[in-house]
Design a protein around this ligand. Structure first.
Ligand code: GAL
Length: 641
C-alpha cells in the first residue's frame, strides 16, 4: 500500500501494447492522478515462454518507467494463467468438472488446484519474480494470483480425490469418526476404507450433504494453501512489503473469506455492479461493508471496479454520469483506502475488449476520462481519510459455511437462499441510514445494540452460545426463518426446530410450511409475505404478529422473547420492502436505535470520523448537516454533530 494518501489507479496491461504507447500511458496516468497500478497477473507465458527460460527485460523497463514517474506498483504473480506449455507438459493438471470432463485451455485458471506440478511451477515463477523485483523501489504491494477460485473453485479429478482423503484424515482422524459425522448409516454409505471416498462427483441423486460440505471446506482450504505457498516465497524476498490477493466478495460463494482475511496483509476486493439492478448501489454498499468487516474494521483496498460497463453480464449497462464517482466514494465512505479500476486502457483484442476502462477506446475526449481525472483530483485532496475507521451501528451475521449448507439440494424450498435474506435486511438498514458491520457467528457482539441473523441454517453450538450471551447481556437479536436447523455436519441436533436457537428464541417450530410459487400470506398488521411460513408454537416468547391466512392461520408469525437483559425476535416468514421496514422500526425501538438522521432514504450517509460522507442517489438536492448535496453528488464533510 501507499505510505500516504489514498491509492488511485488500475490494472495496467502494457504487454498488450507496443512500447511506444507506454510513455503515453504514463503521461496520462500522471494527468489523471494515478499513483498505484496493478501489473503482471496474466504474464506467465510472457515471462517464462518455455519452462525455465525467462524474459523479464520488458517488465524491468515497465517498472523502471513507472518508478521514474512516481507511480507505485502492485505487482502480480501470474499463477492464474499458466502458459500453454504447462497444460501440454502436464495433462494430469487439467481441471475436471463434476461430470468427469477435463476442461480446455484458451482461457485462464483452467488448472487443477491440487496439482503438484502446478504447485511447483507457480512457486517457481513467484520465486523468480521475488528474486528480481523483491527490492525494486516501485514495489508497493504484492498481488498473488488473481481472484482465487474465480472459475476453478472445485476440481473432481483423481489428484483431488487423494488430497481430499488426506484432508479428511486430518480432520476426522479415523473412519469411524467420519462415518458418524457424515451420517453414513443413511442409504448404506458406510465407508470401510479411505480409498472408497470420492469427491462429490455428479451422481444420479443427491450426494451426502455432509460430504459435500466437507468438500467445499476442503476446496476453500486448497486455494488458501496455494495463496500461502506463493506468499511465503515472496515474503522471503521483501519482508516489509504487504502481500494480498483480490477477493471477489460479491461473486464468489466458494471461499471462506473469514479464514482468508487472516492470511493477507491487507484485504483487497474486486466489486462489479449487478448493472441491471435498480438498487445496485445498495448491493455495492453491502459488499463494501463486508469487505471492511473482513478487514476487522481497518484499512482495505478496492482492487478492481469498473468505470462503466463490464463485458460479462447478460446486458452490460453503462454507468450514468456521476455514477463512477458515487460508486468510488461509496467504497471510500465504507473504509476503502484506495480505489482501483479494471482497467487502465481498454484492450483492443481478447475476451474483454468491450469492458470499460479509465482510458476508453475513444480516448481522452470522453466523459469517462473526465470523470476519471476528476476522481483522481478529488481523492488526492482526501488523504486525511486514510486510516480512519468507519462507525457502524448494527451487526449482521454472515457465514460462508451456512450459505453453502443452506443451498445444497433437497431443502424444503428452492426459494430460500442466503444472499436473498441478507440483502433484504441489509437494504432496509441501508434505507434507515444504519451502517452495518458483518460479523462471523462466533465473533464478539457486545458493542452492537442490534444483531440481525438472516437465515443461518447451519448454526453450531458455539454460535448458539454466543448469541445467547449477547442477548442475556442486553442485546437485541433478530433471527430470520430457517436458522438454527443443523450443525456443522448438516445434522439436526434433535427435538423440535430450531434446535440450536429454540431456547433463546422461546419458540418451537413444528413444521416448515413453504408456500407455492406466487402464493402470499397476510399477517395481523396487514403485511403480505411469501415464500415461507412455519407452524410456530410459543414456548416463552410473546406473539408480535400472527398469520391471518395461509397454511398456519392464527399462528404466530413474528415473536419476541425477553431473555436476561435483552430480547430475541423471530421472523418466521419472508417479509420485504415497506412491510419489513415497518417491523424493523419496532425492533430498532427495542434496541434503542430510534434516533436517526432525518434524511430521504436515497441519501447514503456514512461516518468515518472525523469525516462524514454523504452520497445523494436521489433526483432532488438534500440538506445534510447544513450543507446541500446536489442530486447525484457526493460531499465529504467534517463530522461535527
Ligand atoms: C475481474 C478480473 C479481471 C477482469 C475483470 C473484468 O473479475 O479479476 O481480470 O477480468 O473481472 O470485469
Amino acid at each position: 500500500m501507499l505510505e500516504t494518501g489514498l491509492a488511485f489507479g488500475g490494472d495496467y496491461t502494457p504487454e498488450q501494447w507496443p512500447e511506444e504507447v507506454w510513455a503515453q500511458d504514463i503521461a496520462l496516468m500522471r494527468q489523471a492522478g494515478v499513483n498505484l497500478v496493478s501489473l503482471g497477473m496474466f504474464n506467465w507465458a510472457l515471462l517464462e515462454p518455455q519452462p525455465g527460460r525467462y524474459t523479464f527485460e520488458w517488465l524491468d523497463r515497465v517498472l523502471d518507467l513507472l518508478h521514474a514517474a512516481g507511480i507505485r506498483v502492485d505487482l502480480g504473480t501470474p499463477s492464474a494463467a499458466p502458459p500453454p506449455w504447462f497444460a501440454r507438459l502436464h495433462p494430469g493438471a487439467r481441471l475436471v468438472d463434476r461430470a468427469g470432463h477435463a476442461l480446455g485451455q484458451g482461457g485462464r485458471q483452467s488448472f487443477c488446484p491440487n496439482s503438484p506440478e502446478y504447485a511447483a511451477a507457480s512457486a517457481n515463477i513467484a520465486d523468480q519474480l521475488g528474486r528480481r523485483y523483491g527490492d525494486h523501489p516501485a514495489l508497493s504491494l504484492w498481488h498473488v494470483h488473481n481472484e482465487f477460485a474465480g472459475v476453478n473453485p472445485h476440481c473432481y479429478c483423481d489428484t483431488c480425490a487423494q488430497a481430499f482423503r488426506r484432508w479428511l484424515r486430518a480432520k476426522h482422524g479415523d473412519l469411524a469418526a467420519l462415518n458418524a459425522a457424515w451420517g453414513t448409516a443413511f442409504w448404506g454409505q458406510r465407508y470401510g476404507d479411505w480409498a472408497e471416498i470420492e469427491p462429490p462427483r455428479l451422481a444420479p441423486t443427491a450426494v451426502n450433504p455432509a460430504q459435500q460440505l466437507d468438500y467445499l471446506r476442503f476446496s476453500s482450504d486448497t486455494h488458501l494453501a496455494n495463496f500461502r505457498r506463493e506468499r511465503d516465497v515472496l515474503r522471503g524476498y521483501s519482508p516489509g512489503v504487504p502481500i494480498t490477493t483480490n477477493f471477489m466478495i460479491a461473486n464468489c460463494k466458494w471461499l471462506d473469506y473469514w479464514k482468508w482475511a487472516a492470511e493477507v496483509d491487507i484485504v483487497a476486493n474486486d466489486h462489479y455492479l449487478a448493472s441491471e439492478r435498480e438498487d445496485r448501489h445498495v448491493e455495492l454498499a453491502m459488499c463494501a461493508d463486508l469487505t471492511r468487516s473482513l478487514a476487522g474494521g481497518g484499512s482495505w483496498l478496492l482492487m478492481e471496479h469498473s468505470t462503466s460497463a463490464v463485458n460479462w453480464q447478460p446486458r452490460n449497462i453503462a454507468k450514468r454520469p456521476g455514477e463512477l464517482a458515487r460508486n468510488s466514494m461509496a467504497h471510500v465512505a465504507r473504509g476503502a483506502d484506495g480505489v482501483l479500476f479494471f482497467q487502465w486502457r481498454a484492450s483492443r483484442f481478447g475476451a474483454e475488449k468491450f469492458h470499460s476502462a479509465m482510458l476508453p477506446q475513444a480516448g481522452t475526449g470522453t466523459r469517462i476520462w473526465r470523470e476519471v481525472t476528476d476522481l483522481g483530483a478529488r481523492l488526492a485532496g482526501l488523504g486525511g481519510l486514510r486510516g480512519t475507521r468507519v462507525a457502524a451501528d448494527v451487526a449482521v451475521v454472515w457465514d460462508w459455511e451456512a450459505w453453502w449448507a443452506l443451498e445444497l439440494e433437497w431443502r424444503p424450498s428452492q426459494d430460500v437462499t442466503f444472499r436473498e435474506r441478507v440483502e433484504a435486511y441489509y437494504a432496509r438498514l441501508w434505507e434507515a441510514h444504519l451502517t452495518v458491520d458483518f460479523v462471523h457467528p462466533e465473533a464478539g457482539l457486545g458493542r452492537y445494540p442490534l444483531v440481525v441473523v438472516p437465515s443461518l441454517y447451519l448454526t453450531t453450538p458455539a454460535t448458539a452460545k454466543n448469541l445467547e450471551a449477547y442477548v442475556t447481556g442486553g442485546g437485541t437479536l433478530l433471527v430470520s426463518y430457517f436458522s438454527g436447523i443443523v450443525d456443522a455436519n448438516d445434522t439436526v441436533p434433535g427435538g423440535p426446530y430450531p434446535g440450536a436457537l429454540r431456547d433463546l428464541l422461546g419458540v418451537t417450530v413444528e413444521e416448515f410450511l413453504p408456500l407455492r410459487a406466487g402464493e402470499r400470506v397476510t399477517l395481523s398488521d396487514g403485511s403480505a409475505a411469501d415464500v415461507w411460513a412455519e407452524d410456530v408454537h410459543p414456548a416463552g416468547a410473546e406473539t408480535v404478529l400472527s398469520y391471518v391466512d395461509g397454511p398456519a392461520p392464527a399462528g404466530p408469525a413474528v415473536t419476541r422473547n425477553a431473555r436476561g437483559r435483552g430480547a430475541a425476535w423471530y421472523v418466521s416468514t419472508r417479509l420485504g420492502g415497506a412491510d419489513l421496514a415497518r417491523l424493523l422500526e419496532r425492533v430498532y425501538a427495542d434496541a434503542g436505535l430510534s434516533a436517526r438522521p432525518a434524511l430521504p432514504a436515497t441519501v447514503e450517509l456514512v461516518r468515518r470520523p472525523p469525516y462524514v460522507v454523504a452520497i445523494n442517489h436521489g433526483t432532488a438536492p438534500a440538506e445534510v448537516r447544513g450543507a446541500t448535496v446536489a442530486a447525484g453528488a457526493v460531499l465529504v464533510l467534517r463530522d461535527e454533530p
